[in-house]
Design a protein around this ligand. Sequence first.
Ligand code: 2PG
Ligand code: MG
Length: 416
Amino acid sequence: MAHKIKEIKGRLIYDSRGDKTIEIIVDVDGYVGQAAAPSGKSRGAREAEPFPNSSPETALILLQKEIIPKMKGIDIDSYETVDNLLIDLDGTWNFSQIGGNTALAISVATSIAISKAEGRPLYDYLASMTHTQPILPLPLGNVIGGGKHAGPGAPEIQEILVIPKNPKTISDAIAANIKVHKLVGKFLEEKITNYPLGRGDEGAYAPPINVEAALEIVYKAAKMVEDELGVKMGVGIDVAGTNIYNTRSERYELASVGLYLDTEEYLQYLEELANKYEIIYIEDPFKEDDYESFRKLSKALPKTYICGDDLVVTRSELIAKAASMEAIKAAIIKPNQVGTLTLTWEAVKTGKKYNLLLIASHRSGETTDHYLPHIAVGFGCKVIKAGIIGGERISKANELIRMNEEVREIQRLNAG
Ligand code: 2PG
Ligand code: MG
């Protein structure tokens, strides 16, 4: 269907960390779409540049001078027209000229406006574009965090996560995750005297305990909730491996448990942890260019989803490379790692071709926008990783509950 972009403008707002980000407002045929872009802290080296020269202010100036004059008044068939125009306008491989965050906010705001003009929800518009059957994703959420998302003293592993595997409804799934989060809070209070229940960037607890104690607590809480609610719960981790790798000593450093391991020893240690705590999901176990170690771990843990985030950065060609060498069984899909919905869909399509588990993911710096669940459903990602607690995280969970009024079916995770 043909549409016209009547108006487009932008502004700077703040993300959940209090950092500036860009918000775009697009008017398509008299219908307004608005979207802001999130920002990561533990970013992959091959991600799109969020802002030109790391400056949201420069991004806004460029928007006004370079982008708006070329977009205002044009006819478009879909968000793809706009995405292709942005790619041409930028001219670099990583959106370093105009900024990936500007590109994504334009891409999503345009899609929201088109979906309104066509009188349908965003997920439905995206699903029709990609010929996807809408099914709600399973929520994967972090309960204890550390690494770059927390202060010193917290575990070195960035995220310890849980996922309901066979919930009857999305509300059951969200309730199960929240229950684990609350229970973990209780266990932490019991374990650590005077612990004020501090949380990191994504609403996960950031306690002064070591990696294994943290895993023990989350594992125990997940099992209790599983028994109580009758929903199977899986435990996962996002190591953000690049951040614990010391390039000088060439070792993975887990100071809290006194371990400084070379790649081979570290691989064995991960295997031990996975077996002990029945870990079904490991994201970025190794540094972001070590495809070979990902492959070895995938082979050693055939029942665990070894997932690439910084390894593949939502790039179709990197997903194809990792999947074809059997380095990964799952891939993180973060739209602002590539900068447009078109490129995001390219990545998803490739992931599906290789039968990967695809996980639509938030960033550590989020806004209260809730288009991510729509992308997950519209592009057919089986899992959504959007945190558990905190306004900017719960906004995604609440949107899933609203979407459930139309989308009745929910995914299941059989493996793992
Ligand atoms: C990750 C993300 C989100 P960031 O590593 O998976 O949890 O963190 O947004 O800081 O890259
Ligand atoms: Mg990650």
